[in-house]
Design a protein around this ligand. Structure first.
Ligand code: FAD
Length: 309
């Protein structure tokens, strides 16, 4: 059995693996895809101390760093079920899609999240070429340009407020008849001169010139199609944690995020979690890496304090 078994090889999981291996404990890493969401992104400019890199480049560096340590990497595998230990200090089981079951005294869940997509023509074609999901990450790429935000919940309205300070103009499209964000956010949004809010506006197509986004089409409340010229579309209709496989084993909140305390501990003794799969706010690479390190140090602390039953 492993002392520390990490599920997920994005920034949080890779960081946890390095921190665990450096303690000299038996460390396993279920690595479906090194880099995680970073593999879906082009430019990264906010990984502190690296002014500019790309997702694939940072992912390769992450993998090389993990492989420099004694980590048992289990590639191409997906965890399908967690069997928590019957008693604190006991062995947890993790079932894999291949049918194998791994055992470990501590488990760190770092299975990340994925953005809900609009599912309209042009969205996949222009991903990273005008279609974006993360305003903290990609907002500055649209300095002085026109963008839309699709989604009128808290994340959509926050994104519109954030982007309005950077870009020339923001069009916020909300499918329903009114914004669903908190009132303070809607009030703040209403004060911004370079934001247009469209309600009953269903985004139906993202258009481009083969290289970049040039506009979008939405179906209005009048049933007619309308066109907006712009350079970017931020899709803000939900970040979904990859935690369904945990079922009721660990406590999750209404969004499906794993509830962690400030040590990265979950509701199950010996099971820790880190990164976008958790309740930790602000889903970013630097944060996921920090949280992964923290979860590994907490797991090590557990190993030395909690005796096997
Ligand atoms: P993830 O990166 O999601 O990694 C989780 C890993 O677990 C994945 O490899 C996944 O395949 C795997 N996994 C999922 N389920 C299972 C399972 N059941 N069993 C085994 N493995 C599983 N952040 C920034 O800081 N700067 C940026 O510029 C930036 N740009 C972004 C651009 C895009 C398009 C996207 C989508 C995100 C961007 N982010 C950016 C956010 C950043 O990528 C995430 O915050 C970060 O990757 C989260 O790390 P993580 O390790 O928690 O999860």
């Amino acid at each position: 059995p492993f002392d520390v078994l990490i599920i997920g090889s994005g920034p949080a999981g890779a960081s946890a693996a390095i921190y665990a291996a450096r303690k000299g404990v038996r460390t396993g890493l279920v690595a479906e895809r090194f880099g995680g969401q970073m593999m879906d992104t082009e430019g990264i400019e906010n990984f502190i101390s690296v002014p500019e890199t790309t997702g694939p480049r940072l992912s390769a560096a992450l993998e090389a760093h993990v492989r420099a340590y004694d980590v048992d990497v289990i590639p191409g595998e997906v965890a399908t079920e967690l069997f928590p230990a019957a008693h604190p200090g006991g062995l947890h089981g993790v079932a894999l899609e291949s049918g194998a079951i791994l055992h470990a005294r501590t488990v760190i869940v770092a299975t990340g999240a994925h953005w809900r997509h609009l599912g309209v023509p042009g969205e996949e074609e222009y991903r990273n070429k005008g279609v974006a999901y993360c305003p903290h990450c990609d907002g500055p790429f649209y300095k002085g340009k026109r963008v839309a935000v699709a989604g009128g919940g808290n994340s959509g309205v926050e994104a519109a407020i954030d982007l309005a300070g950077i870009v020339a103009h923001v069009t916020l499209l909300q499918r329903g008849s009114r914004l669903k964000a908190d009132k303070v956010l809607c009030d703040k949004l209403a004060t911004l001169p370079n934001v247009t809010v469209l309600t009953e506006a269903l985004t139906t197509r993202i258009e481009g010139n083969g290289r970049n986004v040039t506009g979008l089409t939405y179906r209005g409340g009048d049933g007619a199609d309308h066109h907006v010229d712009l350079e970017g579309v931020f899709v803000q209709i939900g970040l979904l944690p990859n935690t369904d496989w945990l079922k009721d084993t660990v406590e999750r909140n209404a969004f499906g995020e794993i509830v962690v305390n400030d040590h990265g501990a979950t509701s199950v003794p010996g099971v820790f979690a880190a990164g976008d799969a958790t309740t930790t706010p602000y889903k970013q690479i630097v944060i996921a890496i920090g949280e992964g390190a923290k979860a590994a140090l907490s797991a090590f602390d557990y190993l030395i304090r909690v005796p096997a039953p």
